[in-house]
Design a protein around this ligand. Structure first.
Ligand SMILES: *Cc1c(COP(=O)(O)O)cnc(C)c1O
Length: 426
């Protein structure tokens, strides 16, 4: 790009952009440049009307009849199948339910049950030190539960943390039960090679769980082609399902009917309305549900999914890489000399759809940006994080955001005292 880099040149590219019209499918406030769609996606224009319909008509008029007549009961699997199209999944392998944290617990527990038979003695869960904290906490919580219950029998599960791919490969061995990784790192945007790492885990006899929180709807994912075992992820990030919208879990068909997961609530039963005393798990992915689902929130997931599904994933990925490249180049040229250090990999194959820069005054700089309508977020330690969502961002949005960043750095506007006061949610 280099010499061509001007706002006018970018405007021309925007006019030729096949995805440009998608911006109209989202409600974005006037004067806001939204670079946080990796944390909470924007509101699709159809969502408010759909919410009103679910509340006023399906709930208000349909009442309990809507479990049947409005398709509420089937919603988790129906939406799971839709979402699965973005993940390289087959129908019947994905269900929209619960939270990512809970789904991770179910996936890990179920993987450990399989290993009890296929790989007895495998007691190590490997994950990344730099993983999203819940992924580490849940693995430790599960290991702790199993250890405390099995103490008399000498049961001793262990969570091992790795930092690099070399460390991961070195740690894989005949004691490894399960590997749990985030496909795209929440802080740095670094992306693992799903197929290669899955192969390495399997060669060591381990099972693998992928967390797709920052990947689903952002990068092409091929779960079946990679041979993965389990995957979980959020719908409120790149999938625009709304704050706290239900998460998803994908389970390779070959594992589905082996064991059941321990949160074996009635929605995971083969015949929930037989109200049977004895548990019999559903013989499909429904066994990964637990109890009654948040239907109003789940209905919002569909509105977001429909927008993403109508776009071409190849075009989406190409634009994501173009915009993230552009953002990096602009920050490194227009904001040179101000101490911003790129922490996101430059290689396309190793990059998700957000870009992070480290700076000692990262928190105050981000607060100043947000005050000027450029909404990104801040992650410890000292990381400014910018989510690049190709469905509703243009090249000129990227240019304008970086110009505001440049102005903040030049004038040291971040020095204002109020910018260093920490909010509860950063
Ligand atoms: C956002 C995120 C989560 C969030 O989990 P919740 O249960 O929805 O709070 C989990 N894992 C990763 C990798 C994330 O980025």
């Amino acid at each position: 790009m280099g010499a061509l880099l001007s706002r006018e040149a970018l405007q021309e590219l925007d006019q030729a952009d096949a995805l440009a019209s998608y911006k109209e499918q989202f409600v974005l406030p006037e004067g806001v440049l939204y670079l946080d769609g990796n944390s909470l996606g924007a509101l699709p224009v159809g969502a408010a009307q759909r919410a009103a319909e679910v509340v006023a008509t399906e709930w208000g008029q349909g009442l309990i009849r809507s479990w049947n007549s409005a398709g509420w009961f089937e919603m988790p699997t129906r939406l799971g199948d839709k979402l699965g199209q973005l993940l390289g999944a087959n129908a019947g392998e994905t269900v929209v339910t619960d939270t990512t944290s809970l789904n991770l617990f179910k996936a890990l527990a179920s993987a450990l049950r399989i290993q009890q038979v296929d790989g007895p003695g495998r007691r190590v869960l490997i994950t990344e030190r730099d993983n999203f904290p819940t992924d580490i906490y849940i693995a430790e919580g599960l290991a702790d539960l199993l250890n405390s219950v099995g103490a008399e029998h000498g049961v001793s599960y262990e969570v091992k943390l790795i930092d690099t791919e070399a460390e991961l490969r070195a740690a894989l061995g005949d004691d490894t039960a399960v590997v749990s990784l985030s496909h795209v790192n929440y802080r740095t945007g670094a992306m693992w090679d799903m197929a290669a790492i899955t192969r390495a885990a399997h060669e060591a006899g381990a099972l693998i769980v992928w967390d797709l929180a920052h990947a689903a709807g952002a990068v092409p994912v091929e779960l079946n082609a990679s041979g993965a075992d389990y995957a979980v992820g959020c719908t409120y990030k790149y999938l625009n399902g709304g704050p706290g919208s239900p998460a998803f879990i994908w389970v390779n068909a070959k594992h589905q009917d082996r064991f059941w997961q321990p949160l074996s609530g009635w929605w995971s039963h083969a015949q929930p309305f037989e109200m049977a005393t004895n548990y019999a798990p559903a013989m499909d992915v429904r066994r990964f549900m637990c109890g009654t689902q948040p239907i109003t929130s789940m209905a919002m997931v569909e509105t977001g999914l429909d927008v993403t599904l109508s776009a071409d994933m190849g075009q989406l990925r190409a634009k994501s890489l173009e915009l993230t490249d552009l953002f990096i180049e602009l920050v490194e040229t227009r904001c040179a000399g101000f101490g911003l250090e790129l922490v996101t990999p430059r290689a396309h194959a190793q990059r998700g759809s957000h870009v992070s820069f480290q700076h000692p005054q990262g928190y105050a700089i981000m607060a100043a940006l947000i005050d000027r309508g450029v909404i990104g977020d801040y992650r410890e330690p000292e990381v400014l994080r910018f989510g690049i969502t190709p469905l509703y961002l243009s090249r000129t949005d990227i240019w304008d955001s970086v110009e505001i960043l440049r102005e903040i750095l030049h004038t040291e506007a971040w020095q204002r005292e109020e910018y260093s006061v920490r909010n509860a949610v950063t």
